[in-house]
Design a protein around this ligand. Structure first.
Ligand code: CUA
Length: 194
């Protein structure tokens, strides 16, 4: 084996070992930096998304919503818009919904627009798929169609404090003709006894 040409052992001397060690160290540092950057990106984007509302969510000022704008008391309840669409506006607070009795037509699309003034609330309407969370500072909106007439219970389904159990409203689903006759004139409807 002593017949190996000198070139065959080139690269095995003490000098080449130092080169290899420093190359390994360099690559270890580069890989380490890449891992740190990737983890930092995950943490930063995660925190960013956690702290931001999803896009296209409407915001509202909790401090002024009683006084001005869409959610003043006189504007709550159900209306028939000029576009022929029914809209329910309601506000949740500890521990009630305003209005506490809501009238909606059956067999017609109904848009709900709702918000909360204090804690996180939510509601589900009976056995329908109408279900949303209400977060202070944001307007929750969805559109649904009620298939059957009748009365449904609408409990708060997010724990919001000691009065949570007692926080609920009633929803009266009435025939569309009856609703249209009542809603003519653009007044706000509710089934709250006057
Ligand atoms: Cu409001 Cu629970």
């Amino acid at each position: 084996m002593s017949a190996l040409p000198p070139t065959a052992v080139a690269g095995r001397g003490p000098h080449s070992e130092t080169v290899a060690v420093s190359a390994e160290r360099r690559w270890a540092i580069i890989v380490g930096i890449i891992i740190i950057v990737l983890v930092a990106m995950m943490i930063i984007t995660g925190l960013h998304w956690a702290a931001m509302p999803p896009s296209r969510v409407e915001t509202i000022d909790v401090k002024t919503l009683h006084i001005t704008g869409e959610f003043v008391e006189s504007n709550l309840g159900t209306t028939m818009g000029t576009d022929g669409k029914a809209t329910v506006r309601l506000v949740a607070q500890q521990y009630s919904f305003m209005p506490p009795c809501i009238v909606v037509p059956a067999e017609m699309p109904v848009t709900f627009r709702a918000t909360s003034t204090d804690a996180i609330h939510g509601f589900v309407i009976g056995t329908t798929n109408a279900n949303t969370m209400l977060i202070p500072g944001f307007v929750a909106t969805f559109t649904t169609t009620f298939k059957k007439t009748g009365e449904q219970l609408m409990p708060c389904h997010e724990y919001c404090g000691i009065g949570h159990e007692a926080m609920w409203a009633r929803v009266q689903v009435i025939p569309p003709e009856e609703f249209l006759a009542k809603a003519r004139g653009g007044e706000r409807l509710s089934c709250v006894p006057r």
